[in-house]
Design a binder for this molecule. Structure first.
Ligand code: GDD
Length: 365
């Protein structure tokens, strides 16, 4: 990471952090609009945090540095929007940081309105909001409205802010720096809102969001999946590809244990019910131990004792077993499937219930 030195040595009050990825068509116009519209009584700098754009964005932004308080941070390594914002905050010299897009969708003319409530100590964080009264989103195709609406709805349990997906917000620099290092993903505002909890004073400042006229959005499936994964984490769940894979392997080993114990007990003339229950309990014990030590090793809630945690695991396993019975009855008796055809989806549903129960309830972080 390298940064050009600011032309104004006095520390500004606010730093406007603009993450960029291939925004050569837009960056100059944005800087021009910022310079033209910032209130005179708020000293500021603009920090362009570029993620190794191939279209010369960084060079274009750097041209402004000679005569204006514009700095360019050039990141190397994996591209990361939230990481760029955090790097910008680290480099910022202002006490207050405004984060905004480079593509002109966020009106720089509203930066003053975002900063004013903070400077007057009326709140801790302001959001350039499309959904506050007076706000609007213009130029988006219907699928973007739908995707954004869904993403916003999913964030609803975490915050009362109407536009938690916004990429235009302002807060104290220290607040951004206090975010945990793993606050990955596309939605750093949501991380701030969750981190701040109920004591965070927020204000939504209406903005007219205008879809970019130039360049293209970088929001893809990868970012959307990262967002979903992050939401499950924020909800206390520990869902991931790695834990799901390990959980399946542990489940298979449990089936083997179940089978061996069942066979051994039946061989000892044990009653069917006893053999069935004993092998099930032993299998849940070995599954629990392996999931605890391996699948979900790490930052599970420390305050939960081991017996209590196992009790939770057992309850989930029994519930999953009952659901499996229900699915089998539904598929065989109601839908007329053969038992052999029905057992496959029934096992999948059981495994899913067991996994989610473990990720969100037994081993939640
Ligand atoms: N440094 C860096 N690294 N910048 C990035 C990266 C990255 O990996 N990905 C995107 N950016 C920059 C873009 O260059 C732009 O300035 C800004 O981040 C937003 O990226 P877009 O790709 O234009 O975002 P969008 O149009 O999909 O999303 C818009 O709508 C969201 C609301 O649903 C943005 O306004 C978001 O900020 C907003 O949250």
């Amino acid at each position: 990471m390298s940064s050009a030195s600011p032309s104004n040595p006095a520390a500004p009050r606010a730093s406007i952090v603009v993450p960029t990825l291939n925004e050569a068509d837009s960056i100059s116009e944005l800087i021009e609009r910022i310079l033209a519209s910032m209130p005179e009584d708020i000293s500021f700098e603009t920090l362009v945090v570029d993620d190794a754009s191939e279209d010369g964005t960084a060079a274009l932004a750097r041209k402004w540095s000679d005569r204006h308080p514009v700095r360019v941070i050039e990141r190397q390594g994996p591209r990361d929007l939230s990481g760029s914002v955090l790097d910008g905050a680290r480099e910022a010299r202002g006490e207050w940081v405004v984060v905004m897009d480079a593509d002109g969708s966020h009106p720089p003319e509203r930066i003053g309105a975002l900063l004013r409530p903070l400077l007057e100590n009326r709140c801790d964080l302001t959001v350039g909001s499309r959904h506050a009264p007076g706000g609007a989103t213009e130029g988006w195709p219907i699928h973007r409205h739908l995707a954004s609406g869904l993403a916003t709805a999913l964030a609803w349990p975490f915050t009362e802010v109407r536009d938690p997906m916004a990429g235009f917000f302002a807060t104290r620099r220290e607040r951004l720096l206090a975010l945990p290092g793993h606050a990955a993903g596309y939605k750093i505002l949501l991380e701030l809102l969750v981190q701040g909890g109920d004591s965070l004073r927020t204000e939504e400042v209406p903005i007219r969001f205008e879809d970019r006229q130039k360049g293209r959005s970088k929001l893809g499936l990868k970012q959307q999946l990262t967002y979903l994964k992050r939401l499950t984490y924020l909800a206390g769940g520990r869902v991931s590809g790695s834990s799901a894979g390990k959980f399946i392997l542990v489940g298979l080993s449990g089936m083997l244990v179940d089978l061996l114990i069942f066979q051994a007990l039946i061989g000892q003339q044990a009653r069917l019910g006893t053999a069935h229950m004993a092998s099930f309990v032993v299998a849940t014990l070995t599954n629990f131990a392996l999931n605890y030590r391996w699948t979900f090793r790490g930052d599970a809630q420390a305050e939960l004792s081991l017996p209590l945690r196992y009790l939770r695991f057992f309850i989930v396993a029994v519930m999953a077993l009952m659901i499996r019975g229900g699915v089998l009855v539904l598929l065989v008796d109601v839908l007329g499937l053969s038992p052999m055809a029905a057992i496959v989806p029934a096992i999948v549903v059981t495994a899913g219930v067991n996994y989610l129960g473990s990720a969100f309830y037994v081993f939640a972080s």
